[in-house]
Design a protein around this ligand. Structure first.
Ligand code: HEM
Length: 176
């Protein structure tokens, strides 16, 4: 629990690297080569499939990018507020709103980004090379468990009891 901040900053560093590497994807020789040869092959075979506009695919990829970008922006905000000088300028309510509420929202956005990346890939057997789950699936396990537990905690019956326990209530104590 004591190294939560360090772990969060480490993850932010990885997210930065992920964003930078993502920007470079279209510039890579192998990616440009694959795209161009795909079009040329389709042209040679007299097919027009790559030019058909797939609405579902368009919505899926756009939402995937939007969630990633929003998640990343909030993540940076979390990183900035964790700086001692910035944190000191905020009231406790502001700090806990950013770190707790926005923190969970960031987790939700980034997890949704990962789920949209999976889209329908998980249905294809080619995804499971050597019969093992791909990296993105493993990445989704922990955040999904955290979000499910958070969902459980904010249900009114559990939330009410937890709030009372925080306020000092004990089962069976007189006046409780
Ligand atoms: C500006 C923000 C972001 C952009 C533009 C972006 C873009 C992308 C792209 C293009 C991919 C697919 C890569 C591929 O085809 O191999 C991807 C995958 C992924 N992204 Fe992001 N992303 C962003 C932020 C984030 C953040 C903040 C997180 C989590 C902290 C995240 C987690 C992931 C994960 C887990 C995958 C799956 C990686 C894999 O298994 O290959 N992304 N993202």
């Amino acid at each position: 629990m004591l190294c939560r901040k360090q772990l969060g900053l480490l993850a932010l560093g990885f997210a930065f690297m992920h964003v930078l590497y993502t920007m470079v994807i279209p510039l890579r020789y192998s990616v440009r080569h694959t795209l161009i040869s795909q079009v040329i092959n389709e042209r040679k075979a007299n097919k027009t499939t790559p030019f058909d506009f797939d609405n579902t695919e368009a919505w899926g990829t756009d939402s995937f990018y939007v969630l990633g970008i929003l998640g990343f922006c909030l993540y940076v905000l979390l990183g900035i507020t964790s700086l001692p000088s910035v944190g000191a300028a905020l009231s406790w309510r502001e700090f806990s709103f950013v770190q707790s509420k926005l923190g969970h929202l960031t987790l939700l956005l980034c997890t949704a980004h990962g789920f949209l990346y999976g889209w329908n890939k998980f249905l294809r057997s080619s995804t499971y090379k050597w019969y093992t789950p791909p990296g993105y699936m493993l990445c989704l396990v922990l955040p999904s468990v955290v979000l499910l537990l958070k969902l459980l905690l904010i249900t009114p019956c559990v939330d009410h009891t937890v709030t009372r326990i925080r306020q000092g209530w004990e089962r069976g104590r007189a006046g409780g």
